[in-house]
Design a protein around this ligand. Sequence first.
Ligand code: SAH
Length: 335
Amino acid sequence: MALEQGWKKFRGHQIFQWLYRKRVSTIDEMSDLSKDTREILKQNYSLASLELRDKQVSSDGTCKYLFALEDGSLIESVLMQFDYGKSICVTSQVGCNMGCAFCASGLTKKKRNLTSGEMVAQVLYVQQDLDKTQDRLSHIVVMGTGEPFDNYENVMNFLSTVNHDRGLGIGARHITISTCGVVPRIYEFAKEHTQYNLAISLHAPNNELRDQLMPVNHAYPLEKLMEAIRYYASENNRRLTFEYILLKGVNDKPEHVKQLAKLLKGLNAYVNLIPYNSVDEHGFKGVDHASAMVFYDALMKQGIRCTIRKEHGADIDAACGQLRIKHLRKEEEGR
Ligand code: SAH
C-alpha cells in the first residue's frame, strides 16, 4: 500500500533510515518523527515481525532459522557462508503448489503468498544476527520454500527494497531468483531488464522425465520453457544458471548429458549440478561425488560450463523445507 500523505520526501528517507539502517522493530522507536506522524504510520502499517522458533547451526557455518509469522505459519530462512560473502536463502510462500517429486517444500500445499514485508523481515532478522559480529549479508537467493514466480509482484517489491541504496543496498547482481519454469513470468521478468540473476530449475533434459519430476512441465513443457529463456537471453545480457539435481539412476545417465548439452547449446549459461539432500518421504537418492564428477566431465566435454554445488549444512536439516516439515509433524503429534 502506498502512503499518500503528501509528506515531504525527507520523511520517507527518515523512515527508511529507521527501518533499514537503525533496524528498529517498532514505529515508536522512530524518535525523530512527531507523535502525530508515528500515529498515522501505526494506523496504516505494521512492521512484519518474525518469531524465532528454532535455529540450527552447522559445523560449516550454515545457519537455519525457523520463524513463525504473525498468523502462526512456519517458514525457514538459511544463512550460508561462502568465500565471496554471506548469502541468505529466502522463503517466498508458505508451502508450495509446484509439487516437484523430490522436494520437501511441496509436502504441504501452498497456504498463502508471503508479503514483501515478510520477505524483507527474513533478511533484516538474519542481518541483525550478523550485526553482533559486524558482518554483512552480501547476497540473496530466492530459493527457499515457494515458487517466486507464483508470487511475482511481492517478490519484485521485496527485491527492490533490499536492493535500494537507502534499503539494505544489496547489489542486484548479488541477487538470484530461482524458478521451476513459470513461462509467462519469465517473459514478464525478461521485460523488466533488472540486473538480478535468473536461475532455472531444470532437473531433467527431456519432457518425459521432466513430466515425472516436475508437474509444472505439463503446463510449460521444455520447448515453451526454452523459448521463454531464449527470449530472456535476447533481452538481457546476463548469464543464466540451470539447476540440475543429480538423482541416482534417474537423470544421471550419459544420454542425459547429451540431451542437456543439446538443449543449452549456444546459451550464455552454466549448469549448477546439485547434490541431492535426501527427503525421507520421497524415494530418490543422490549420487556420490565420483559419479557427479563423471557427469560433470562429460558435460564439460560437450562444451557446457558447469559447477558442482558445494553442500551446505549437511549435518543439519538442510533441504528446502525440511526443518519446517519436522516441526509441523511435531505439532501434529502433539495434537
Ligand atoms: N520454486 C523455485 C525456488 C525454490 S526451490 C524453484 O523451483 O527453483 C530451490 C532449488 O532447490 C530448486 O532448484 C529445487 O529444485 C531445489 N531442491 C528442492 N528440493 C531439493 C533437495 N531435496 N535437494 C536439493 N535441492 C533441492
